[in-house]
Design a protein around this ligand. Structure first.
Ligand code: PPS
Length: 284
């Protein structure tokens, strides 16, 4: 049943999927060997996770085809994910949508490798709206207009996109931080898979690289039941509403946002992003 949010430090979360963040923040020990995928929801998290998982197996698809994605690289903020991470062997691989201020503090003194994936927030809104319609564990908007308003105010799971990106981008320039965008993956998948594998310290042969590329296309992931979310239990998702691997394109916002919404969005974007350098984002 759809429920209201659980609010922690002014940020809304899905009630049933979040664990005790205070103890996570203070007690979880990030290790130097860890590989951590971070993102605001609907930014291409599962795409980059699949790439990381396939780099780990040097292009061998048997792992991504036999184990569901949320077990390969679990969500640290969920009770189930946290239990899985505790059992992982080094190098551990895990994922989070948490904003920087709620993430385990030990990250900031570790050498763990952090990959932050970002996406044009206009497309994040569209993807998020369709995903929300499928979720049974959270408050559902009555219309796109309502969801759009929630997004601009940061009243969606994990809070404000602007605050999330502004927080995590404070890590840019650090040796253990890789910033990547959904748009760059679209523009040149091969170059960006090579960039990620170099960051992870894995030199792939041309055949291994080809296999990674083959298995992370939109169609390959849509066809892989371990990656396409079709195995998420019915109590969490309404699979008749829409699918997780929805369109997988850039610029879908142009089909959905009205001119008034585009203007309202641009106004907030300019205000909130004023402190970040121009040219940092491929969608500008
Ligand atoms: S979540 O629920 O926050 O973890 O979602 P996330 O994985 O961050 O983002 C989901 C969107 O990513 C698209 N996606 C892809 N696009 C292109 N190629 C590949 N391989 C791929 N894998 C996932 C997915 O379709 C969602 O975007 P939309 O726009 O809704 O299609």
């Amino acid at each position: 049943m759809a429920t209201d949010y659980l609010w922690i430090e002014g940020i809304p979360f899905h009630t049933t999927t979040i664990r005790d963040l205070r103890s996570l923040q203070n007690e979880f020990v990030v290790r130097d060997e860890d590989v951590i995928t971070l993102s605001y929801p609907k930014s291409g998290t599962n795409w980059i996770k699949e790439i990381i998982n396939l780099i780990h197996t040097r292009g061998d698809p048997s792992w991504v085809q036999s184990v569901v994605s949320w077990e390969r690289s679990p969500w640290i903020e969920t009770p189930e994910g946290f239990e899985l991470i505790k059992k992982q062997k080094d190098p551990r691989s895990y994922t989070s949508h948490l904003p920087m201020q709620l993430f385990p503090k030990s990250l900031f003194t570790s050498k763990a490798k952090v990959i932050y994936i970002m996406r044009n927030p206009r497309d994040v809104i569209i993807s998020g709206y369709h995903f929300h319609k499928t979720l049974k564990i959270t408050k559902n908007p009555s219309s796109f207009e309502e969801y759009f308003e929630w997004f601009l105010r940061g009243h969606v799971p994990y809070g404000s996109w602007f605050d999330h990106i502004g927080g995590w981008l404070q890590m840019r320039g650090k040796e253990n931080f890789l910033l990547i965008s959904y748009e760059e993956l679209h523009q040149d998948l091969k170059a960006n898979v090579e960039k990620v594998s170099q960051f992870l310290g894995t030199k792939l042969s041309p055949e291994e690289l080809d296999s990674v590329l083959k298995n992370v296309t939109f169609q390959a992931m849509k066809d892989n039941k371990m990656s396409n979310f079709s195995l998420v239990p019915d109590i969490h998702m309404d699979h008749s509403e829409a699918c997780f691997m929805r369109k997988g394109i850039t610029g879908d916002w142009k089909n959905q946002l009205t001119v008034a919404q585009q203007e309202a969005f641009d106004k907030v974007y300019q205000e909130k992003m004023a402190g970040l350098p121009q040219g940092l984002f491929p969608w500008e």
